[in-house]
Design a binder for this molecule. Structure first.
Ligand SMILES: NC(=O)c1ccc[n+]([C@@H]2O[C@H](COP(=O)([O-])OP(=O)(O)OC[C@H]3O[C@@H](n4cnc5c(N)ncnc54)[C@H](OP(=O)(O)O)[C@@H]3O)[C@@H](O)[C@H]2O)c1
Length: 284
């Protein structure tokens, strides 16, 4: 019987992957490991859970982008040593690996969507550690699939969309940066994309990009959230990244091209605005 091993299973993406995989009802065994069940930085623990023929979907990561600036060693352990351990374990027993990476491997100076083979040049510690993870995976298991995504949110937990909903109830107006452009991505849709890969030999050994379609600034996304929950979008005011100081620099433009994804015969993603509507409807 096929098995899917999900690491970081209590994160926003991990939860969705587990729920969707279990809900398929096709007899696949779904083995979900939270960070408490499996520390991906522990090579022996990783080797113990990867079995022949299993597909590992690595949703574990150090995702605190600002904290990583002063905690890069820990971020590197989770984001690079972790995937290396998983790739090595898969290589040893004949397992498969789908590893999730980020738009933050790019510097954000592009003016059109990044193709999968565009030059990487991370600006932040988080981005550097995630790029190191991609390279470690490639080194250990050339047939692994690396999926870069961006601006992931869900309707629960701590993410940009839930933060906007909370702030809508707390403040009359909020300022949100309008000079960073990306593609908001609903964790449910990304999870479904990752599971689609599992059955496609066409992506073996490749790097692909998956986000919801289209692009927006954080400001536009915030206004879209307000509009969908019945609040006045004018209460969201634009500001610049220079005005909203964060520890880690972010790419100004990190839209990811879906060309490689579509060329591999994988299903197109829906527009981010439709996905956002669906996400907020689910939480009502
Ligand atoms: N969120 C985004 O906007 C975004 C954008 C681009 C790419 N991505 C990528 O998408 C993937 C999923 O991210 P997410 O949004 O689901 O993040 P998340 O909600 O922070 O989930 C990450 C999970 O990894 C777990 N984890 C941390 N250290 C671990 C370790 N040593 N061993 C095992 N598990 C560990 C965390 O557990 P604890 O909470 O217990 O530490 C958490 O449950 C990551 O690869 C991330 O880099 C995310």
């Amino acid at each position: 019987m096929n098995a899917i091993v999900v690491t970081g299973a209590h994160g926003q993406l991990g939860r969705r992957v587990v729920a969707l995989a279990a809900g398929r009802g096709d007899g696949t065994e779904v083995r979900a490991y939270s960070s408490a069940d499996l520390d991906v930085t522990d090579p022996d623990a990783v080797a113990a859970v990867v079995s022949a023929g299993a597909t590992v979907i690595n949703c574990a990561a150090y995702t605190a982008v600002d904290a990583a600036e002063t905690d890069e060693a820990r971020a590197l352990a989770v984001n690079a040593d972790g995937p290396r351990n998983l790739a090595r374990a898969c290589g040893r027993v004949g397992g498969r690996l789908i590893h999730v990476s980020t738009d933050y491997v790019f510097d954000g100076t592009a003016t059109e969507p990044y193709e999968v083979d565009a030059d990487t040049a991370p600006k932040s510690a988080y981005g550097r550690t995630k790029l190191a993870g991609e390279l470690a995976v490639r080194e250990e298991l050339p047939e692994a699939v690396v999926v870069r995504t961006a601006w992931v949110y869900d309707n629960t937990g701590k993410n940009f969309v839930t933060t906007m909903r909370r702030l809508e109830g707390e403040r009359e107006t909020i300022s949100v940066v309008n000079d960073q452009i990306g593609s908001p991505t609903f964790a449910h849709d990304l999870a479904s994309g990752l599971l689609a890969i599992e059955t496609r030999p066409s992506v073996v050994g490749r790097t692909v990009h998956y986000t919801n379609a289209g692009q927006a600034s954080w400001f536009e996304l915030a206004r879209a959230v307000f509009a969908r929950i019945g609040a006045d979008p004018e209460r969201v005011r634009p500001c610049s990244s220079a005005e909203y100081v964060a520890a880690a620099p972010r790419p100004a433009y990190s839209v990811l091209s879906s060309r490689a994804w579509l060329d591999a015969g994988l299903p197109p993603s829906r527009p981010w605005s439709d996905a956002l509507t669906a996400a907020l409807a689910q939480s009502r």
